[in-house]
Design a protein around this ligand. Structure first.
Ligand code: FPP
Ligand code: MG
Length: 298
């Protein structure tokens, strides 16, 4: 049924009658299609659920096109990013086309679904804005980080689960909570993988977040645990191109202070909360999605 979601997106983009954009769209790497899978698992397979999944995936694709421009990323999912191959202007405009087409299709849904997705995209954009601003200086505030990743990542996953439940009359609040906690855990794992994985597995440069300014959870936990002299050293490395000496030092310190393990433990707690949220609905597939997400390597 994921195939039907791909086909739906292709049909919508074809309708726009711009061959170049269509061509570019067909070359975008697919990714995990986590949001589409969620819709199909929660709402089952119907023409409406396929369309909802396609709307959400187009919004997600648009957000990543813009995010790669903002982050000046050269690769995405192992291939050259659109901003790197065709320039930032093309990437920004393609993002605009995808997300306005998604909204055009979204308005055909009932008001509750249309307005909640629209609001979530506003929150998503505020989250990305916060990520940009927080990246300007070292951040040691865990609450601010969690608020930002809720907005930047979890809000869209939360609304995806919520709307899928609405489509089929399931308890939307339980599924909303599942989506929120899944989304938070997802971003924490993403931030951990940046540290523990390598370029090839990730399909993008590893150990890149801190250089980009992102003080992710493992860095915050490490900072908390270090002595003053080392705190200063860690802060000095923020926003810098790390040489191998400095990156080895950071990784060693993280090992000693179990910063990654502490971050993983929080992701695990959130993932358990997600499972709890839908525990009375016998949703084995949703538990499997969570497990795959927690154990993923990219
Ligand atoms: C990836 O974060 C980015 C996001 C999860 C959200 C991006 C949102 C926007 C650009 C605003 C919304 C825009 C539109 C057009 C709807 P990351 O940089 O931490 O992850 P990465 O390593 O995968 O790039
Ligand atoms: Mg990025």
């Amino acid at each position: 049924m994921l195939k039907a979601v791909e086909q739906c997106m292709l049909t919508w983009i074809k309708e726009l009658q711009n061959d170049e954009l269509y061509e570019l769209f067909t070359h975008l790497p697919h990714g995990k299609r986590l949001r589409a899978k969620l819709v199909l698992k929660i709402a089952g397979e119907s023409p409406q659920s396929v369309k909802l999944a396609a709307v959400i995936e187009l919004i997600h694709a648009a957000s990543l096109l813009h995010d790669d421009v903002i982050d000046e990323a050269l690769t995405r999912r192992g291939v050259t990013s659109v901003n790197a191959s065709d320039g930032s202007k093309v990437a920004v405009m393609m993002g605009d086309v995808l997300y306005s087409k998604a909204f055009t299709e979204l308005v055909a849904f009932d008001d509750k679904i249309a307005s909640s997705v629209a609001s979530a995209v506003t929150i998503l954009s505020i989250g990305e804005y916060m990520d940009v601003k927080m990246g300007e200086s070292f951040n040691e505030n865990e609450e601010a980080y969690l608020d930002m990743i809720y907005k930047k990542t979890a809000s869209l996953i939360e609304v995806t689960s919520y709307c899928a439940a609405l489509l089929v009359g399931k308890n939307e609040d339980d599924y909303k909570l599942y989506g929120k906690n899944l989304g938070l855990a997802f971003q924490i794992i993403d931030d951990i993988l940046d540290i523990v994985s390598d370029d090839e597995t990730l399909g993008k440069p590893a150990l890149n977040d801190y250089k980009e300014g992102k003080t992710t959870l493992p860095y915050m936990y490490l900072y908390e645990a270090l002595e003053d002299k080392d705190k200063k050293r860690l802060k000095q490395a923020h926003l810098q191109d790390l040489d191998s000496n400095e990156s080895s030092w950071i990784k060693l310190q993280m090992k000693e202070h179990q910063s990654v393990e502490r971050s993983y433990a929080l992701a695990r707690t959130l993932s358990d909360e997600a499972i709890k949220a839908v525990s009375q609905h016998d949703e084995k597939e949703l538990v499997l999605i969570l497990e795959d997400m927690m154990q993923r390597e990219f």
